[in-house]
Write a protein that binds this ligand. Structure first.
Ligand SMILES: [Zn+2]
Length: 109
């Protein structure tokens, strides 16, 4: 799944939480607009990946997403793309990334 941040209100979440309006009923000719579920604006949404900088609050949201939605399989590997990591990435690698970010935030205090 893609993770999206709204640069108007700092909402962050899974792309499937966005408000989506589809224009047209012909598959070849549909046009789709997406809006932030928090502020309803659509012009400041951006995909984020693990190379981005995240705040403590955002890391908490990301951890919640990682822990839900069947994103991690019984083999402790990603079942779908998450923050730019491909399917099959080990949970340990992602948890290490969380720890590195928490350390960085701690140092910046
Ligand atoms: Zn927003």
């Amino acid at each position: 799944m893609n993770i999206v941040r709204c640069n108007h209100c700092n909402w962050i979440g899974s792309e499937n939480k966005l408000i989506t309006i589809v224009y047209g009923d012909n598959n070849d000719d549909t046009y789709l607009e997406e809006f932030c579920p928090s502020c309803q604006k659509g012009d400041a949404l951006m995909d984020v990946v693990y190379g981005c900088n995240f705040t403590l609050r955002e890391l908490g949201v990301l951890a919640d997403i990682l822990g839900s939605d069947g994103l991690v399989g019984n083999d402790k590997r990603l079942t779908e793309r998450f923050l730019g990591w491909p399917v099959g990435t080990g949970l340990n690698e992602i948890i290490s990334w969380f720890h590195r970010n928490l350390d960085r935030i701690e140092e910046e205090k």
